[in-house]
Design a protein around this ligand. Structure first.
Ligand SMILES: Cc1cc2nc3c(=O)[nH]c(=O)nc-3n(C[C@H](O)[C@H](O)[C@H](O)COP(=O)(O)O)c2cc1C
Length: 173
């Protein structure tokens, strides 16, 4: 799909068919994640792949937003592996993980699959449920699957602010 078409068409899919995601498709999604840029190329992102019914059931205890998808990726970063800005000790992990998340979201849609970026989860419960080491910080969950036949965008999808709400031209400063 052409890029402009892809970013215009993508929407948060919250209803999936029971059809599983093929292993080759999962591999293609993970490859798109792997290619993401990161600060100082530190590549601190870690991705937990959840496919087993037992793991997906555990995920349900951590967030109401799994949408019964057959696959979920939990995008995390290792805070000890990320670039740290010397001026203020800012850890770049969340940004690096967000870029990986964006690659995942767009690749999923490009393949005709669907997903939603899920930020509403209990991080302490999630870390405990999957035994994440203390330095691994979960950032986002991506339930992934084939969109249900009647899946459609929720109303917020068409609500975007005009450019002048977010862009400040220097001539106005
Ligand atoms: C950082 C972030 C966190 C989000 N968390 C959730 C979530 O927990 N549950 C959910 O249903 N959607 C979540 N969303 C999806 C947004 O609600 C959605 O992207 C937005 O309403 C625009 O709709 P669209 O993706 O269909 O264009 C999240 C999106 C982002 C970027």
């Amino acid at each position: 799909m052409e890029f402009s078409e892809l970013i215009a068409q993508r929407y948060s899919v919250r209803k999936f068919s029971a059809k599983p995601v093929e292993e080759k498709d999962l591999t293609a999604i993970l490859e798109a994640a792997r290619l993401a840029p990161s600060a100082v190329n530190k590549q601190p992102t870690r991705i937990l792949v959840l496919e087993k019914a037992e793991s997906l059931a555990k995920l349900k205890d951590c967030t109401p937003y799994t949408f019964d998808a057959p696959l979920a990726l939990v995008v995390c970063y290792d805070e000890t592996a990320a670039w740290i800005r010397s001026f203020d000790a800012y850890n770049s992990g969340p940004i690096d993980a967000a870029i990986v998340g964006s690659h995942i979201m767009l690749k999923v849609h490009d393949m005709g699959l669907g997903s939603t970026w899920v930020g509403h989860f209990d991080p302490a419960k999630l870390s405990a449920a999957f035994g994440l080491p203390k330095s691994i910080i979960p950032v986002a969950i991506f339930p992934i699957g084939h969109p249900a036949e009647d899946a459609k965008p929720a109303p917020p999808h068409t609500k975007r602010n005009p450019l002048n709400a977010s862009v400040i031209y220097e001539s106005f400063l």
